[in-house]
Design a protein around this ligand. Sequence first.
Ligand code: PLP
Length: 384
Amino acid sequence: YLLIAGVKSIAGCFLSPMATGMSLVLCMLTLKQDRPRAKYVLWPRIDQKSSFKSIITAGLEPIVIEMQIIGDELKTDMQRLEAQMAALGESVACVLTTTSCFAPRACDSVDSIAALCSQYNIPHLVNNAYGLQSTRCMHLIQEASRKGRVDAFVQSTDKNFLVPVGGAIIGSFDKNLLDRISKMYPGRASASSVMDVMITLLSLGMAGYKQLIAQRKEMYSYLKEELGKLATRHGERLLDTKGNPISMAMTLQCLSHQHDNKQVTMLGSMLFLRNVSGTRVITTTDSKHIVSHKFEGWGAHNSNYRVPYLTAAAALGMKRTDADAFIQRLDKALTKVRRRSAPVTPTASLAGSSINGDAGGTGGPGESSTASTSRASSKDSLRK
Ligand SMILES: *Cc1c(COP(=O)(O)O)cnc(C)c1O
């Protein structure tokens, strides 16, 4: 399956009984064995906790390489990365890059980084969590191995094979390294995640899986088109993120009022209550501590992203009806939040109460409490 997805010169792969994060740990620990002085991992920032935590769990120290904002998109800052490679040399265990991620972050420049890794003799590990379903991500890895060094690449089984969380596929262009990674696992392992994948693959067959991949690509274009139309209707726009083949984002400018992002957060909770999962609403002003590090603008992959936004992804298994339902719910929720955030004149507040009344009727349990909290919070912000 890795072969059909586009990586042709691969030496092999194996099913690891742990999810992506722990599988990355296994790879890093194996790479570290050959580099006794290695302490650091160079990590182009990606706001996904398991990615960052995998470095800490492997007993290594992350060196965060902030992404560069180019247009709307976040790209690998090659100069910063190379400067660190040159400065830290053999004290670097590996460079950990990411292909699939939430927009507006693009795939890392995995091929150019691979070339640098050869030049500086530093291992290169690729987090390809949901990239197996994208021929573009897979070709990029193939291209990277041709231009330079890719030691191993890891993909999640739940994101690529429609199975429950708990497994990953570790691939490598080096048979010897791959054997060593698999032998690094201490003891016997549970076979349940392997069984899940085998059963799914046997029932799908090669043709079935290829068809799912083709369908996903179509759904990506469809979702992008529909989300673009919705954005225009609401005076927003799609972020221009050509470097991301799976995830897309639209601005939420109208919900942001002079650094006050309550409305943005409210939209997020409304979508959650309407069973819209898999979408992330990003204020760009949150910060988060993970272990000893503080990340400004957590969620946005960057400390200085300018506009709040919402992400959506066309993932494997998505159907046209799913995309339509998403667009419809988002449209409704956005309309509702925007009406609430309209300046309050006596008539507008009457309109506001009728909206809240309506929410109680259609939303089901949990909904009415959010409606009242949000009503309270919008009053609060007016008082200020
Ligand atoms: C999903 C994801 C992970 C974790 O993958 P699981 O195997 O589902 O735990 C790690 N990194 C990135 C970029 C991801 O998208």
